[in-house]
Write a protein that binds this ligand. Structure first.
Ligand SMILES: O=C(O)CCC(=O)C(=O)O
Ligand SMILES: [Fe+2]
Length: 292
């Protein structure tokens, strides 16, 4: 079994369907090469300063470099990539909103061994999410080529809906892809970083998204301080969490919308009508309510 590859002009609904069945998919050559060059330059000083992992899971030869929105302006268009955001919104459509979960450059250095296969949703305190409820949708943008030798991510396509993998003959695949391609994978699919047997690093920009009602893995309000956040576009800020998650999560003070608060205004949070437009579930709930 292999990871299905799409072209950069693929239909987002087809990509979403592939995520539903396989739990993973690759979009080839989506990133602008000049943007990646800029990102590589901007992140380089921080990579040397990021410690290697403390255990085999974190990776003793792996460096994880976060706060990419604040540190690397070139990471911002990746976070807000229109095709990715479209697919993520479709994939997480059981929730009324989604938000950025983390930004992390993962540098796998020569000599690293393979990471234990895991499901990323374990980060939510090992909560037993229903098989058909997706709490997160992840991306891994290839900043270097991803090869079987340098540590391309291992994945077990189709493992997302499987509660107990013991006794199942799951077939392993590798996310081999060119620089600029992006792997999408859900929070339930078994996967892990690969061993790097080459003499050069493997670098992937891990940008993940979660439904709007959970805590973010990387705290976006501190990782990107308000003085930097104020310079960013509203659309990017909403993705980062400057909007209400679900019905009443994340307001400021007197029910002020978080984006308004950042901009120094006091607008109230979204009304039922505005909220309903963004939410399948809420629309059903709100149909019993009087119009506002
Ligand atoms: O680096 C990779 O390819 C995957 C890393 C990973 O799955 C993780 O750290 O959760
Ligand atoms: Fe992972």
């Amino acid at each position: 079994m292999s990871v299905h590859h799409f072209n950069a002009d693929a239909d987002p609904e087809e990509i979403r369907r592939r995520l539903d069945t396989d739990g993973c998919a690759i979009i080839d050559d989506l990133a602008n090469p000049a943007l990646l060059d800029a990102l590589a330059d901007q992140v380089a000083p921080y990579v040397d300063g990021s410690a290697t992992g403390r255990d085999d899971y974190d990776g003793r030869h792996t460096r994880r470099t976060g706060a990419l929105i604040a540190r690397c302006p070139a990471a911002r268009p990746l976070v807000a990539d229109p095709l990715v955001v479209d697919v993520v919104g479709r994939f997480l459509d059981r929730a009324s909103t989604f938000q950025l979960h983390l930004t992390q450059l993962i540098t796998i250095e020569p000599g690293e061994t393979a990471q234990k296969p895991h499901r990323d949703q374990m980060a939510f305190d090992n909560f037993d999410f229903p098989v058909d409820y997706h709490v997160q949708c992840n991306t891994m943008w290839a900043l270097t080529d991803f090869t079987a030798e340098n540590g391309a991510t291992h994945l077990f396509p189709g493992s997302s809906g499987v509660d107990d993998e013991t006794g199942l003959a799951l077939e392993e695949a590798r996310a081999e892809m060119r620089r600029g391609s992006v792997l999408l994978y859900d929070g339930k699919v078994l996967h892990g970083g690969g061993a790097n047997t080459t003499a050069t690093v493997r670098q992937g920009v891990n940008i993940t998204y979660a439904v709007g009602w959970v805590r973010q893995e990387e705290n976006q309000y501190l990782a990107c301080p308000p003085e930097v956040a104020r310079e960013l576009d509203d659309d990017l800020l909403r993705i980062m969490g400057y909007r209400q998650g679900a019905f009443a999560l994340g307001y400021v003070g007197d029910q002020t919308d978080p984006l308004a608060a950042l901009r120094g205004r006091a607008d109230k949070v979204l009304t039922v009508g505005q909220f309903a437009e963004t939410s399948t579930n809420y629309r059903e709930f709100a149909s019993d309510l009087p119009a506002d």
